[in-house]
Design a protein around this ligand. Structure first.
Ligand code: GLU
Length: 553
């Protein structure tokens, strides 16, 4: 028995299965040629970051469009950083955006033949592979204490050496097996490290699916593969998992590019085929004219929960992410207005390299557009679903009378050029609440935004006159003609152009006159279309409201 084998048998006497057994247990997937197997591999350490949703969306779409598989693996080996419940909430948030995995860790349950999908449940598998690597001489025990390591760091810093545990500084590399066994028997703590054959002076050539041909410094670090708590590190676990889960494309954030040489060396050490890697651009934001990373600390929009809570329509938000994923998405969308967004074929070569710029104004525009094009039933249902989770006030209002609510939000909807009143569901109530008497009564307790240049007597006279001759069974054009006819009787010009030519002759123009009615029935200067509001409220409620206003004038 050679030294490596002796040590491996000593450290892992219980491990009897081999890598060959695992190969048999996790056979290649039977998928069509070109099908991509992608994964989202979050660590349950907090909320779902907008960048992570972006990456998962790309993984999901690439798998879908090639007839492949998108799965989720929970990377929970770092017990210190773990936040209880965060795995489930990451899944729920993905689900809220309909980025649904085909298999993997799904919260309470797991689905698929390649599991377990939670790294903390895969300890046995890791030990099998580590034992094999140890027998090959590529893994060794390291007895360095935290003090030894800080001493090494200090030495490297003072001498301006590359930092880390490598080459001549990897002092446990060559401890003979017998000595290692003795030290373990004596109760010394140890971790297991990978033995790198590389040197940072060498360059390796790699092809990134997005960045193309790259030259990177070779890995030379003897990274820890098994920690003293018996759990593997992420780098090692990812090797085992992506291999046995038959991932074809690792699509992840740019911050992982620096680990690529190490990851490739791990695959090479096992003699396993390399996987395709695609490193996505970091999501940036313009802050006072300067680009910077979207920050968990400073930017609420860094967490996808922000968009859910605010009620941005999820399809609009996903659509926005597609526009930053591929530079040709918008052009495609303009040419295929009625098609499902996922009919677009996403490609790696249309991805930007220099930081995708996150533009909240554009998110808003796209969402506004999406919401405007929903029919009244879909809009109401989606608003209601959102309200059930996030806005008891809106839910209560819809519950009072769904048809009434629908008639309000249908103002200037379901037509060729619908009005774009709402960018998110949380906009609805503030815009339409005056259509409910209790909200209206509260609103008029506050100072009303009357035109300060017009005498209150005029407001009252206009309202009284309008109330006397109110006809709501007319078309909008006829109704407007009647309103215009009222204008000269109170000193207003029926025509805006005319008014501009001769301002002194009038109190204001037709817009100022209709504003008087608008404020009286809503308490606001801006509302959806006045004619529609009036017809929905009906003569009786309008007159009731006017009567309340007379008291205030
Ligand atoms: N668990 C890693 C993370 O938290 C995944 C990195 C990868 O996708 O390889 O981002």
């Amino acid at each position: 028995m050679n030294d490596y084998v002796k040590l491996a048998e000593y450290i892992f006497p219980d491990v009897t299965e081999t890598v060959a057994d695992l190969e048999a247990r996790y056979p290649a997937r039977s998928l069509p040629a070109g099908a991509m197997v992608t994964r989202f591999a979050p660590s349950p350490t907090g909320f779902l970051h907008t960048g992570s949703l972006f990456a998962s969306l790309i993984c999901y779409k690439m798998a879908k469009q090639t007839g492949g598989v998108f799965y989720i693996r929970l990377e929970d080996t770092d017990q210190k950083r773990l936040i209880v419940g965060s795995g489930e909430s990451l899944i729920n948030e993905l689900h809220a955006f309909s980025v649904n995995p085909d298999e993997g860790y799904l919260g309470e349950i797991e689905k698929g033949e390649y599991g377990p999908y939670r790294q903390s449940d895969r300890e046995k598998l890791y030990r099998i592979v580590i034992k094999e690597m140890m027998k090959m001489g590529r893994v060794y025990p390291c007895f360095c204490t935290p003090d030894d390591l800080s001493e090494l760091r200090a030495y490297q810093e003072t001498n301006k050496l590359n930092p880390g545990y490598y080459g001549e500084y990897a002092k446990c590399r060559n401890i003979p097996a017998d000595e290692a066994i003795k030290r373990i028997e004596a109760g010394e703590h140890y971790v297991l490290r990978f033995r790198s054959n590389g040197s940072y002076l060498n360059r390796i050539e790699v092809t990134d699916m997005i960045r193309g041909h790259l030259e990177l410094a070779q890995n030379d670090q003897d990274i820890v593969v098994l920690k003293s708590d018996g759990l593997p590190t992420y780098h090692f676990a990812h090797l085992v998992d992506d291999h046995f889960m038959h991932t074809t494309h690792v699509i992840r954030g740019e911050e992982w590019l620096a680990s690529l040489p190490l990851h490739l060396e791990l695959f090479d050490a096992m003699g396993w085929p390399r996987i395709n890697y695609a490193h996505l651009p970091v999501i940036m934001k313009l802050d006072e004219g300067k680009r910077r990373k979207l920050s968990k600390r400073k930017d609420p929009e860094a967490a996808v929960s922000y968009f859910l809570e605010e009620g941005y329509p999820v399809s609009g938000f996903i659509e926005y992410l597609l526009t930053i994923a591929n530079s040709n998405y918008e052009e495609w969308r303009n040419e295929h207005l009625d098609e499902d967004k996922y009919n677009f074929m996403l490609s790696f070569d249309k991805m930007t390299l220099d930081g995708a710029l996150f533009d909240l104004a554009k998110v808003k525009n796209i969402c506004k557009e999406r919401l405007a094009h929903l029919n009244k039933v879909d809009f109401t249902n989606q608003a209601y679903d959102w309200a059930c989770k996030y806005s008891p006030e809106l839910k209560e209002v819809i519950d009072r009378d769904k048809d009434y609510f629908m008639s309000i939000i249908n103002i200037e909807r379901e037509k060729d050029k619908p009005r774009k009143d709402y960018e998110k569901y949380s906009d609805i109530l503030p815009i339409i609440n005056f259509m409910y008497d209790d909200y209206y009564n509260e609103a008029i307790k506050l100072e009303l935004p009357w035109n300060p240049n017009i005498d209150k007597k005029v407001f009252k006279a206009v309202l009284e006159d309008y109330a006397k001759n109110m006809h709501l069974d007319l078309t909008e054009e006829e109704w407007f003609e009647e309103l215009k006819a009222l204008a000269p009787l109170h000193g207003f010009c029926p025509n805006v152009k005319e008014y501009k030519k001769n301002k002194e002759a009038y109190l204001g123009h037709i817009g100022d006159l209709s504003e008087i009615i608008r404020i009286a029935i809503s308490g606001k200067k801006n509302t959806p279309n006045l004619y529609n509001i009036l017809t929905i409220l009906g003569e009786e409620r309008i007159k009731e409201r006017f009567n309340k206003i007379y008291q205030l004038l």
